[in-house]
Design a protein around this ligand. Sequence first.
Ligand code: HPA
Length: 281
Amino acid sequence: MVSLDGAKHGRTAQEAKDTLQSLTDLRPVAAVVLGSGVDLLEGLQDAVSISFKDLFGISPQVEGHSGKVTIGVLDYEGVKKPVAVFRGRFHLYEGHPWQAVTLAASCVVACGIPNMILTNAAGGLNLDFNVGDLMVLTGYRDHLSPEWRQKGLVGAVMQEPTDCKNALTEKLIELGQTLHQKDKGFRALRTGVYAGLLGPSYETMAEVEMLRRLKADAVGMSTVPELLTCKGTQTQACAVSVITNVWKPDEAMGGHEEVLEASKAASKRLDKLFREAIITL
Ligand code: HPA
């Protein structure tokens, strides 16, 4: 576990906004957050980058996260849109406080960026899922917020999934259908409920069983804080999970290497989906 030193030196969302806006005159139509091993939206024009350390005063510690923000112009099929790409995020399991984990989302809200597209690596609970599938979140379960942890497991179990469908999720789902119809190599998108757990260990089989009974389709350790941060603001948020493993009884689970591998393959499809979506924003 990392020390909390970095978190103590974290900046405020307002400070991060001022820094980000002083770097460029571009005002992004969307912010994209890339989770473990998810790599896309390379080759932006007129791009400027800043490390998380310089922007937020703290650095992420997880392999597969480079920890920088790039703002540049996406040029796709002749349409140009400015976009901000956050490569990496802070997790509660790294020892960061809630304020640090939600800082990037708070900064996006403070900047007035109207759309936020979150990605994450997640374990599949739905047995219809395959490794490398992409799941657009239509709902989420919060098993990691400090308030739920204080209330303990009972509160978390009682909670209904929170709906997170909006115009942006609908857009991704529709575009995904069109891409699949045009090219069967582009797998049909999945939709479902994401359960956010604290981690850092993967789930026990008992937890997997519990989450399945609670009708969660995927499980991970992020994204819920950012979705909660954007709720009720001018920033419309949506999220897509890359299914890097599927929980099956009596089957061994791959390690972090395998997670990165599956994310890489799915990143290519996600890259196309996001380019198609962002130029319509
Ligand atoms: N559980 C939690 N987080 C994850 C998983 C998982 O199975 N796979 C990738 N991130």
